[in-house]
Design a protein around this ligand. Structure first.
Ligand code: 1CP
Length: 360
């Protein structure tokens, strides 16, 4: 690394500033809706792609080249660091992560070991390095699952709707819960720090399922661990986005744990969530992912409504959750163009074609 990275719309917005156009990227921007990804998946498993640096980097970088998004997100999964932590799992077709031996007791929690990413996850760090090199200044977002969301997979053993076992353990054995959460903070903290050292310039922590918790339970059993995690991440000096689904009731409690920015879903307008956040905290969101399945005039109308509501300062355009598999990639490209064109500041001369891939 010889030169300072170029200024970036994403980083400007995450610093609370007003970029030349609103930055846009999408959760799950690399995935099933892309014919190229589906073709690759016919030959390789999801985890095989994530664990093969050349493949992971090419899948990571593709949406920047194809759609002109302002950031890439590492192609991996929130479960990946749990492998070397001692958890045996697979990603089942049409299901998601399935854990061989769900954690229900102290012996189970004690199986979660520390992870040294340089030793245990070198292929992921190589994927980060290769992606960063190919991105030519466009920032790479590193990520991890938040301890609660990881704990939900570890305890339930698979995707869940009720999180009944997770809540049961949280209430029945607070000591065991804290032991497990502390250990997950260690694993996640080490994994995120290693991604930044390998070149990631922003981080997103996915607490996708935290919205299932009552506010009091979030504050008592999750927030202290998030505070510890974000305090540790501050030393990395990169912005950290904290995201959950269906978690409007948790917005101010989540913001108080110390992330740089909050990722919000589509259920509430950004302006309304902002009233519950510290003044100036950057926000990312929040077009309904299903909107991208609608005819273009509906996509455009809803995207414009998000932009008008959220404003330009400290705002990163995204969906409220991941891109849905039936989405047309052409609609994704068109949406990126719309966001850039509609938010272009009067003084900036370069259009979307010029900007594409430069990271400016
Ligand atoms: O075979 C496949 O292609 C399976 C689909 C898939 C993909 C493309 C899975 C299984 N994981 C991934 C990649 C992935 N996972 C990324 C890639 C980067 C990008 O966004 O482009 C990321 C960021 C994740 C993170 C992830 N995995 C989350 C957090 C984001 C979210 O969706 O809320 C979660 C909850 C998971 C678990 C997971 N992995 C896979 C699935 C289908 C799921 C969700 C299962 C469930 O409903 O609980």
């Amino acid at each position: 690394m010889t030169t300072a990275p170029a200024a970036s719309r994403l980083l400007t917005a995450l610093a609370g500033g007003e970029p030349d156009s609103t930055p846009v990227w999408f959760m799950r921007q690399a995935g099933r809706y892309q014919p190229e990804y589906r073709a690759l998946r016919r030959r390789h498993g999801m985890l095989e792609i994530a664990n093969t640096p050349e493949l992971a980097a090419s899948v990571t970088v593709a949406p920047v080249r194809q759609y002109g998004v302002d950031a890439a997100i590492l192609f991996s999964d929130i479960m990946v660091p749990l492998g070397p932590a001692g958890v045996s799992f697979e990603i089942q077709e049409g299901v998601g992560p399935v854990v061989a031996e769900p954690i229900r007791d102290a012996a189970g929690a004690a199986r979660i070991r520390d992870v040294d990413p340089a030793r245990d996850l070198p292929q992921v760090l190589e994927a980060v390095e290769r992606s960063v090199a190919a991105l030519a200044g466009v920032p790479l977002i590193g990520f991890a699952g938040a301890p609660f969301t990881l704990a939900s997979y570890l305890i339930e053993g698979r995707p869940s709707r009720q999180y009944a076992e997770t809540k049961r353990l949280m209430w029945a054995d607070p000591g065991l819960w804290d032991t497990l959460m502390n250990q997950l903070v260690r694993v996640v903290g080490a994994h995120l720090a290693a991604q930044v050292r390998a070149g990631a310039r922003a981080l997103q922590v996915f607490d996708s399922w935290a919205g299932a918790l009552a506010l009091g339970d979030y504050e008592a059993s999750v927030a202290p661990h998030m505070r510890a995690l974000f305090a540790e991440l501050r030393a990395l000096s990169v912005p950290v986005i904290y995201f959950a689904v269906g978690a409007g009731h948790l917005a101010s409690a989540m913001a108080a744990t110390g992330p740089t920015a909050l990722g919000v879903d589509w259920r509430e307008p950004v302006s309304q969530v902002r009233r519950r956040l510290p003044p100036g905290m950057p926000v990312q969101g929040n077009l309904d992912p299903a909107a991208l399945l609608a005819p273009w005039p509906d996509v455009a109308r809803q995207a414009r409504a998000v932009l008008a509501d959220a404003g330009r300062r400290g705002f990163v355009f995204n969906l409220g959750h991941g891109i849905l598999p039936p989405t047309d990639p052409a609609a994704v490209a068109r949406l990126v163009e719309l966001v850039h064109a509609e938010t272009q500041s009067p003084g900036s001369k370069s259009g979307p074609e010029v900007e594409r891939g430069t990271g400016a």
